[in-house]
Design a protein around this ligand. Sequence first.
Ligand code: FES
Length: 241
Amino acid sequence: MDIQFKILRYDPIKDEAPHFRNYTSRPDPKDSILEAIKQIRDEQDPSLSFRYSCREAVCGSCAMVINGAITLACRTTVESLKIGRIVIEPLPNLEIQKDLIVDMDPFYLSMKTIQPYLLPSEEPPETGHRIIERKMENIDQYINCIWCGSCYAACPVASRDHRYLGPAALAKLYRFIKDPRDGRPSTHWKIVDNEKGLWGCDTVFRCNEVCPKEVRPADGIEGLRREIIAHKAKKLLKKKS
Ligand code: FES
């Protein structure tokens, strides 16, 4: 069956404004949208640009807007979209570099700021770390983040201020703070204890809605807030005693 695709196009070299271009294609209904746009590129328009790598919802590079919803193109099938015309746009709130490719630098910079890796305070034991399952439950969902930037693109706070660290970075920091192997000092929290960090969140939960891996970044932000308040209260009590 023929399907109409309406895809946002933009080429900075041509000095043209972003605009939609229509294509008619006949993908297999079981194909992913990623396969469908590859087919369009291969058969109709080799200049159509988009990112992808794993095709398995692992690398996070194919996040885009499909029929108004932020999602991964590689895990959205043609048949799952009930309407006859499929509209595809790049992620919002990030500058378009070409067609469906956006500049991910603001997102990656925010991730880099929180040092998204283990910072142990001592040498790991020779036998390796043993972590009780209950402690892992606290952080399991945040480990599933694939850095696709969907939550950052959907976040209304990040959209009006790129200095805001965004949901993924804040949830990632919570993940490491709750990891018993991590020993980062509490001074590390200073970078997020402000309006550009966890106090900037408007708690509208768009990040939870759009995450393709069912991570709930807003929960991580809430967790981080609780941790910091408890830490400050403890410090205050210590001073008074
Ligand atoms: S291509 Fe890797 S997540 Fe879609």
